[in-house]
Design a protein around this ligand. Structure first.
Ligand SMILES: [Zn+2]
Length: 136
């Protein structure tokens, strides 16, 4: 547990550039990792094997952000294990995807989850930040 598996790498782009390049909301899969409010790692450009790690509602790994307090463009993401992983077992983590738009039936269909975990929520979408704050 807590073993570093791989760094999520790719070209560092701004959130604005990502919006310009990709229509992630309606794609249903992503090779982008949001680092912080300003920066995104674009694994479409120079990404490593980390981009192939799938989403799961019961993940065996977790992405951990290593923040650079002086320069947020230097932040890094590493995929760490949450428990011991057997030989040949597929790695996965919770993508924690959220968009700041209403979750329509179409959007839920696009981001449907087939991870097969007993606790699968059926969607990769997480409540939007303001909804999460409103939860008791
Ligand atoms: Zn699932």
């Amino acid at each position: 547990m807590g073993t570093e598996v791989i760094e999520y790498t790719g070209k560092l782009i701004t959130v604005a550039k990502a919006d310009e390049l990709y229509d992630e909301v309606y794609k249903g899969h992503t090779f982008l990792f949001t680092l912080n409010d300003d920066w995104i790692i674009d694994a479409n450009q120079g990404g490593n094997a980390a981009k192939w790690i799938n989403h799961s509602c019961e993940p065996n790994c977790i992405p951990v952000l290593y923040e650079d307090e002086h320069d947020r463009s230097q932040d890094q993401v590493f995929i760490l294990t949450l428990r011991d992983i057997k030989m040949g077992e597929e790695l996965n983590y919770d993508y924690g995807i959220s968009f700041d738009i209403p979750y329509t039936a179409r959007l839920k269909e696009i981001w449907v989850c087939h991870c097969g975990a007993p606790s699968c929520t059926g969607t990769m979408l997480k409540p939007m930040d303001h909804e999460r704050r409103m939860e008791p």
